[in-house]
Each structure stands twice: as structure tokens, then as C-alpha cells.
Design a protein around this ligand. Structure first.
Ligand SMILES: [Fe+2]
Length: 333
């Protein structure tokens, strides 16, 4: 397989992964998870929605929890572009690609562009957002895991190589990728705009579905503190995988499921990758698995993910056979 060529002068300037909108059944239960346990700061709330940000974020929100009576879905992948002009360029680019894009009004955001990518993932782009105090040294607001900022999204999609090519045409750069041993097939791709290992990650699976949204936390201590606090507050069963260490990206991590089953990742220690000579790092699948010192994840970590509202997921061309905890324990017996 040929790795798509990077586009150094993209058609419009996406700067970073920005925000996530979750549909949730019970705002009070979600607030207990995201605010009391994880430690997000409330920028605003009413009977219909809660707007949250991390302590280093000056933007109004990186999470919106919307009360919904239907299934617990996810609305859109939120990205920032640099200027209003980039929004107009984005609309023209998507329209030309046959993907109808339209502007909508969203609370606390500037002009917001809605469009779906080539595999049907609903996207949302904005150039501006209302500004709130950045609480990075306001330690009285630091609670739980002390979430700093939204870092990346991971999605399951039926066709990873096609999705990789589409996002690289938009200017995303491939930082790392996992291939079946001895091949250069794009099985698992890590794409970035902001100069660290990833803003959006694509893995093979029934999709498009959202696997997780990741938030950086300051210290390794906070992984253990938030797990202790989870046990104390009745959220022990919400800890799904970790704490552990990733191979690609090198980050420490823990994954938790919120009361609706939406998965979040808390992580730290990403590195800088932005120079023109930085080539994508390739991982053999077996080497990526060997690099982990924690046990493998449960099967559900590979297969379960949040649906996008109104989007029918499709089967992948081929199903993977990753090493789950269940499989690992069966071999050990
Ligand atoms: Fe992640």
C-alpha cells in the first residue's frame, strides 16, 4: 500500500480537535461523572445542556452534554479552523467534493459549518468561540483528574485507508500507523494538525462510530487518584481499561465509560511532531502489542463505540482479530 502524500498547503487551515457533543439520558448523572469525578469546569448549564472545559482551555467548551430522551449517541466531531476565511474555503472545498456543507448557529460558537466526511462522519468546524478564564494556575478549580484540554478523537470506520487519504487531502499529517506484520497496510492511523501525535485516529470496525474522546491530564499521579476517587464515588465499574502505557503515541492512559456508555480517555505525555522532515512512524501490529506492559483490553474495548445520531454504521471490509483480555486468558490456561 502507498502512504498518501502529505499536503503542506491545505485547502483550508484546520488547527486542532476542538469539542464534542454527547447526547445523554440524565444530566445529573453525567454531571456527577464529568464534574465531580473527572474534574471538568462548568462554563454554563441549564435544564437542557451542560457546557464543560478543561482547566487550561480558554475556549468556552470542549464538551457539551445535551439532554436527550432517545439512544445515547454522539452528535459531531468538532474541529477548529484558524480564520473565518478558512470556514468559507472549507465550505467551497466540501461542496466541490460533492459533500454538501452548510452554516448553522451554535451557542457560544462563531459561524459553524456542518458537513459529513466521505464515510458519513458528521463534522463541525468553527473559527471562534466565546472566551472564558484560563484556570491553569487557579488551583482552587483543580479537581479529580484535573483535565487540561481535549486532545483527540478516535473513530471506528469501515475503510481506514480511504479515510486516511481523505483527511490527508484536508492537510492532516500521518504521525504513526499500525500495519499487519510485514505489510504497509494502513490498519490503524494517527493523524494530526496541531503538532502532537494525533487530533483524529481511525481504527477498523463497524462505523463510523466514535470510540473515544481523549483529554490530557497533568501528572501520572492523577491516573491513580481519579481511579481511587471513582471507587469512592461509586464509579469503579466505569473504569474500562488501564492505567497503562500506549506504544504508538507513548502516552500513559486510562479509559472510562460515562453513565451513557460514551468512552473517554485520560492521558498524558504526548510528544511534539511537526517538522517537515518528520516521517510517519510505522508499527508492526505484533510489536505494538508486545510493547504493552499492562494486560490487553477486554473485547468490548475493541468492539463497543458510540453511534452518531442519525447515521447508520456499515460493516468493515474485513474484521480484525485483536488480542483481547478474554483471548489472552484463554491461551494462558
Ligand atoms: Fe486515544
Amino acid at each position: 500500500m502507498t502512504i498518501p502524500k502529505p499536503v503542506y498547503n491545505p485547502p483550508f487551515n484546520v488547527t486542532r480537535a476542538s469539542h464534542a457533543v454527547f447526547n445523554v439520558k440524565d444530566l445529573a448523572a453525567s454531571r456527577a461523572f464529568y464534574v465531580d469525578l473527572i474534574g471538568f469546569v462548568v462554563s454554563d448549564e441549564d435544564n437542557d445542556a451542560i457546557y464543560l472545559r478543561g482547566v487550561t482551555e480558554a475556549c468556552h467548551h470542549s464538551i457539551v452534554l445535551k439532554h436527550a430522551t432517545g439512544p445515547s449517541t454522539y452528535e459531531r466531531v468538532g474541529m477548529r479552523v484558524f480564520t473565518e476565511e478558512d470556514l468559507d474555503k472549507a465550505k467551497a472545498w466540501f461542496d466541490k467534493a460533492g459533500l454538501a456543507a452548510g452554516f448553522v448557529e451554535r451557542p457560544y460558537q462563531g459561524r459553524t459549518l456542518h458537513v459529513s466526511d466521505a464515510q458519513g462522519t458528521p463534522l463541525e468546524f468553527c473559527a471562534t468561540m466565546d472566551v472564558e478564564p484560563r484556570l491553569v494556575v487557579a488551583f482552587e478549580h483543580h479537581r479529580g483528574a484535573v483535565p487540561q484540554r481535549l486532545d483527540h478523537f478516535q473513530l471506528l470506520v469501515p475503510d481506514v485507508p480511504r479515510q486516511c487519504e481523505f483527511y490527508m487531502t484536508m492537510g492532516f499529517r500521518l504521525s504513526e500507523y499500525i500495519s499487519p506484520d510485514g505489510t504497509d497496510d494502513l490498519m490503524f492511523v494517527f493523524l494530526q494538525r496541531k503538532g502532537n501525535p494525533h487530533d483524529i485516529v481511525f481504527a477498523p470496525g463497524i462505523g463510523p462510530r466514535l470510540h473515544h474522546v481523549a483529554f490530557s491530564i497533568p501528572e501520572s499521579y492523577h491516573f491513580f487518584y481519579v481511579c481511587d476517587l471513582a471507587a469512592d464515588l461509586g464509579f469503579a465499574d466505569n473504569i474500562e481499561y488501564g492505567p497503562g502505557r500506549h506504544g504508538p503515541g507513548h502516552a500513559l492512559f486510562v479509559y472510562l465509560r460515562d453513565p451513557d456508555g460514551h468512552r473517554i480517555e485520560l492521558f498524558n505525555t504526548h510528544y511534539q511532531v511537526m517538522d517537515i522532515e518528520n516521517e510517519p512512524v510505522r508499527w508492526d501490529a505484533s510489536y505494538a502489542a508486545k510493547r504493552r506492559w499492562q494486560l490487553p483490553p477486554r473485547r468490548q474495548w475493541y468492539t463497543e463505540a458510540s453511534l452518531f445520531a442519525g447515521v447508520e454504521p456499515r460493516e468493515p471490509a474485513r474484521r480484525g482479530d485483536p488480542l483481547s483480555l478474554e483471548k489472552f486468558l484463554a491461551v494462558e490456561k
